[in-house]
Design a protein. Structure first.
Length: 174
C-alpha cells in the first residue's frame, strides 16, 4: 500500500457537483446579504428620525408605503418626511429622544421580506435623564427595488395589553 494515499480518501467532487455546491453557496450568500441589508435599513430608522433628517427618513420608505401606528397612519416616503418635520416630532427630538428598534426576526424571500421587532422610544426628562415613553411591537414589510431595500409597510402597536400587539409578536415565532 502506498503510504502517501489514505485508504479511505473519497474521490474529488466532479465539476457538476462543484457547480451545484457553488450555486447553493451563492444563493445562501445572497440570502445573508439581503438579511443584512434589511437589518441595516430597519436600524437606520431611529438615527434618521432622531436626527430630524426628514429626507433620510423618507428615503427608507417606498413612495406608496403605509405606516400604521396607534396614533395615525402615514402614507409614503413623503408622509414620513412630513412627520419628521412636524411640530409634534420636532418637540420630541428637541427634548432629546432615542428611537431604539430591534432585534429583528427577519424572513427574506425573493425580493420581499418581513420582520418583527420591538421598539422603544426614550425621551429626555429635562433633567439630563431619560424615560421610556413608548414600547411597541412592529411588523415590517420590505421590498427590494431598483434603489435597494425599502420599507413598504409597518404596523406598530403599543404593548399595553392589547391582543393586536401580542399577535404581531406571536406571528414571528409561529
Amino acid at each position: 500500500m502506498d503510504p502517501e494515499v489514505a485508504p479511505d480518501t473519497e474521490p474529488a467532487p466532479s465539476l457538476a457537483e462543484l457547480a451545484v455546491q457553488l450555486a447553493a453557496l451563492t444563493d445562501r450568500v445572497t440570502e445573508l446579504e439581503d438579511e443584512l441589508a434589511v437589518r441595516r435599513l430597519i436600524a437606520s430608522y431611529g438615527p434618521a428620525v432622531d436626527s430630524g433628517d426628514a429626507a433620510a427618513a423618507g428615503a427608507l420608505w417606498t413612495q406608496d408605503a403605509v405606516y400604521d401606528m396607534d396614533v395615525g397612519v402615514l402614507h409614503g416616503s413623503a408622509g414620513i418626511s412630513k412627520m419628521v418635520l412636524g411640530t409634534t416630532h420636532q418637540e420630541i427630538i428637541g427634548g432629546g429622544s432615542a428611537h431604539n428598534i430591534g432585534p429583528a426576526l427577519i424572513e427574506v424571500e425573493e425580493g420581499r421580506a418581513t420582520a418583527v421587532t420591538y421598539s422603544q422610544i426614550f425621551r429626555g426628562d429635562g433633567d439630563g435623564g431619560f424615560y421610556i415613553w413608548r414600547i411597541a411591537a412592529n411588523h415590517w414589510n420590505l421590498v427590494r427595488n431598483e434603489s435597494g431595500w425599502r420599507i413598504a409597510g409597518r404596523l406598530t402597536r403599543l404593548l399595553d395589553g392589547r391582543e393586536e400587539a401580542r399577535e404581531i409578536l406571536g406571528g414571528a415565532v409561529r
